[in-house]
Design a protein around this ligand. Structure first.
Ligand SMILES: Nc1ncnc2c1ncn2[C@@H]1O[C@H](COP(=O)(O)OP(=O)(O)OP(=O)(O)O)[C@@H](O)[C@H]1O
Ligand SMILES: [Mg+2]
Length: 258
């Protein structure tokens, strides 16, 4: 058995799901406000199991706000969130993690004063049944060999790319069925961007569904089965599979700001 073969932990099919597959995540009419500012205004989106779905858009479009609302870190002004067939709209963030939603936040927040290993172990405790941590750690090392070499290193002393690997691995330690990632390539060198995006594909191949926010729309589209374009708190366009046309998406993306 190859080193990567035993890290498969779910058996969902990879690649685009057919139209009849019920969504893993379904978001209806999501609205989020900061005081009187309506940052997300009536967003509808769905993510089928086994897919990579991207949410792209320019600065301030409301992408991070949307993701934070999905993982329960921001209250909704209105809307409904269904996950794996259940309404999770009112569920606390830690219970969403236990149900299978992991959120890798913007700016790769790791516990800087703790070791790589401690960060990963904390990720496992989030799922509520932290048994078999050793094999989960092995899976993360297979996915990111660099982390294996740095288990005892203080997370805050690692490079930006290494911290991003750790943030992703920590999310995966909760054994999510949906991994939400907010700009995992932000501020990284091209080689590291390629490594992170290749890993996104590998994570999907192992059975985890992915909702990805990327400012780099072209990179995001290269990976994605479906793409949503967001502007000023709303979804303004969406495209699927071979219909994803970077030029067309760019025109929606830039809109009046171009
Ligand atoms: N804590 C906050 N208080 C008030 N307004 C906020 C807060 N956080 C975000 N906003 C505003 O909400 C809007 C959406 O912000 P959000 O961070 O969701 O955008 P984004 O699409 O993730 O942008 P970026 O690509 O720059 O990360 C912006 O106008 C932003 O200024
Ligand atoms: Mg953001």
């Amino acid at each position: 058995m190859s080193q990567t073969a035993h890290i498969v932990h779910l058996t969902a099919p990879t690649g685009p799901a057919d139209a009849a597959t019920p969504p893993l995540l379904q978001v209806e009419n999501l609205a989020v406000s900061y005081g009187r500012i309506r940052a997300v205004d009536g967003v509808n989106l769905h993510v089928e199991p086994g897919r990579i779905v991207s949410l792209v858009g320019s600065n301030g479009a409301g992408k991070t706000t949307t993701l934070m609302a999905l993982s329960g870190l921001l209250p909704l002004a209105s809307g409904r969130i269904r996950f794996a067939g259940e309404d999770i709209t009112a569920l606390a963030p830690e219970l969403r993690v236990a149900r299978g939603i992991a959120h890798v936040p913007e700016r790769r927040r790791v516990f800087a004063g703790m070791s790589v290993r401690e960060n990963l172990v904390l990720g496992a405790y989030a799922r509520g049944d932290a048994v078999d941590i050793a094999s989960d750690l092995e899976r993360m090392v297979a996915l990111f060999p660099r982390l294996g070499e740095r288990m005892a290193q203080q997370a805050g002393t690692m490079s930006g790319g290494e911290q991003q690997m750790l943030a992703i691995a920590r999310g995966l330690m909760s054994r999510p069925s949906l991994l939400i990632m907010d700009e995992p390539t932000m501020g990284l060198a091209p080689q590291m961007i390629d490594l992170i995006l290749d890993t996104v594909l590998e994570i999907r191949k192992q059975g985890t569904t992915i909702l990805l926010v990327e400012q780099n729309a072209v990179e995001a589209m290269r990976l994605s089965d479906h793409v949503y374009i967001m502007r000023l708190g709303r979804i303004v366009h969406e495209d699927s599979g071979t219909n994803i046309d970077p030029e067309r998406v760019k025109s929606f993306y830039l809109g009046a700001d171009a």
